[in-house]
Structure formats: C-alpha cells, structure tokens
Design a protein around this ligand. Sequence first.
Ligand SMILES: [Zn+2]
Length: 447
Amino acid sequence: MPFVHDLPLVHGRFPTTTDIVSLSDLPVWQPNSYRRILILAPHPDDETLAAGGVIAAAQSLPQPPQIRVIVATNGDGSRSTAVTQKRSPFSTETFRQMAVQRQQESLNALAELGVPAADVAFWGFPDGGLEPIWQRHWRSAAPYRSPTTGWEAAQQAVNSPVLPYTAVGLLQTLQDTLHRFQPDVIIMPHPLDAHPDHRALAHFTAWAAAQNRGNLDGFAPDLLAYPMWLQGTPWPKSVRLDRADERLPARFAVHEDTWVRHPLRQSLRGQKVAALNRYQTQIPTLGRLLHSSGQATQEIFHRRHNVTVPRFSASLPLPPDGRWKSLPFTMGWQRARLAYHTRPIMFTFAADRYNLWLGVQLPDQPPAGHTYSFVIRTANGRSLTERQLPAHTITMRTPYGTMGLARFPLTGGTGQALSLALKISLGDHLPLAQSAWLHLTIPGETT
Ligand SMILES: [Zn+2]
C-alpha cells in the first residue's frame, strides 16, 4: 500500500549519512515570537522530556504565549512500570489505576512549569496502540482494544471527548484542537523515532497539519519534531546534549538549517529537573533518561517544512505529475450536524491547465442515500456559471476509507478564478450540509 509508505515522507526527504551536522552548528530557536504553542506528547512524560525547557522559557517571557499540552496516551501499557509499582497480579484495573496516576504526574510536572491543569488534555488513547490504530483501525466498526486496560474507547480521557480507539476518532480530536487553538507552533514527536507510538502520533499530526495548511487560507503552524528514542536508546543518551561538539546520529541528521536547538540556561534546567522529578512511577525504569534529560544544556528539534498531501495511486485518471494540495474545507464541517461516519475527513485538489480534480476522503463507504457533490461557480464576463458534480463519480478504496473524486474540465486555463463548495444531500434534493465557499485561482502547476 504505497499510500501508507508515502506518509513518513510527508515532510520531505529521508536523511542521508552524508548530512551529519554537529549540535553547535544548529541555529538557536526561541519561543519568543509565538503566541500559541501546542505540545503533543505520546506518553505522560514526553511533554517535559522534550520541551520542559521550552515551557519554562515561554512562561518567563514578559508576555508569555498560551501553551496547550496534549498527552495522547495514558502510559497505561507499561508492564515494567506496573512491576516496579508492585502491582502484581496484573488486571485491567492495575493499568487503569496506573493511567490515573500517570496523568496526575504530568499535571504535577506541568504545574511546576506553570501550566495549569485546564490547559492539559489527556486523549486517553492506548499506550502501545497508536501505530496499530494508524495502520489497521481506521473505522469505528473495528476499534483497537487495549490488551492492558481492556478499553476500546478513551474512557479515561480528560478535557477531551470519549472516542473509540480508531484513527478517524484520533484525527477528529486533533483537527478539533488545531481548529480551536490555532497554534502557531506545534511541538510533536519525530516521524523517524524508534518508538511506534511516537512515529504514529507524528504521522497523525502531519496529516492533520497538511489538511489545515493547504496553499489557500489555511493557517500554517511551524512544526518542531523532537526525537526521543533511537533504536531503543533514549535520545539524550545517544547524543550528549550537554556537549556542543556532539553530532546528530545519521538516522536523524539532515543538512540545511532544518534542525534547531533551544539552549537551556541554568535556571531553566533547574525548573526542568524539578518537573522531571514529579514522574515518580518512571524513576525506577527511566531514571537515567530523566536524569540525562535534566542535565541537557539544550533541547533539539527538527523543523519541518513543506507539508504536502501525498499523491494517490498512479492508476487513477489523475494528473500524472500533479501533487495534491489540501483544501481547508474541513473547518466548515465541524459545525454541521452530520453523523460521525458521514463526515468528510479530508479534501484535496490538483489542477493543470485543462482540468481541476477534487477529492473528498470519507471514513467509510459513502452512506446509503447520501450524495457528496462539488459545486463550482465560475464567472465569465457578467455571467455566472454553476456546475455540480457528484464526488463519487470515481471512488477508490484507501486504507483510510473511501476517496471520492470528481474532475471538472477548465475552460479558463491557468489563472482562472472560481468558487467551490462541497454539498451533502440525502438523495438528490434534501440538503444536509454545505461547506463555506472557497475561492481558488488555478495555479500554473500544483507540484
Ligand atoms: Zn514516549
């Protein structure tokens, strides 16, 4: 399934071994110019390990940016933590209690850094389950079941809806967060991390950001990806962040100024250590990681650019070299009263001089009786032309559901301006929802 394999490349190319740079060459990054910082942590502790210094630095600014922290899983899959907490014999209750304890540890640590509990959300997704969900559990009919807690839905979510353990559910939560908070920087896991939960959350984030980014009026947050695990070795041990002459491992290293460092002065390190000490359950198993992270004189991030939506199968009648761009239709749909499984999850377009292709991604087969149509208005002189075409004139199965595509012939060529909307109706006539109109100028090439 090439579509899946395309996704780690969403941000660009893989690094090569010739691209290694030393940490001292990295440009310095500071949180000063941001207004809203979103921090995504796969597990309760990643937020502080990766960005505790960023949080502390941001809070010390005269006008601190708003900070939101999302912890995607409750860290409720760790048997080693259960062992060290002497919780045997294990039961689902063991791990459910551990989830509560680990949530509280994150809240305690973030309180040390000045982030109130109201600004922290726990999605309650399963520890160890993010990659299987990304790969195999897209639809609500087949949610993932946590082998440790027995949950199939985010029963222990806090400040977040209780959603089934599916990719569609997670993506929806993430998109809602991006829409509501509108971060101008997202601190996220690295898509090449050795830990599957970290990789999967990076892919989800790339997907959601690409949807919002587009090249139209979507907002475009900076994406800063932090590495945490390198083939089973915690990052701060594989690269000594307290040594400026250390080099990035080849696995992560790329040239150009795509990596940045956030230097930690003494006072910030002190605050970070105080926060790290609040993860009591993790000290027996990850004490050395916590310690080395507390000693680090900098935090390292991979700055990602050019998030694009991956192309689809070459067998479809699509522009041969066109690269699909996302359309920020999604936001209009959050308000529509659509049943969950009927909500479109992604919109894309591609164009050449003669054709405009529009795509809508649905979580499953188009529901019975529902018609998804694109409406296009073009103005020519004084007359306005409106055309409507069902989106599933061409459908394809993807690992994520169904993609409905429509192709409109263009008569105005490059530079033509048009307005488009997506309409959902029951049968041909009963309208259920319509997106806001989008105004688009046909680019020369959408590559
Ligand atoms: Zn983690």
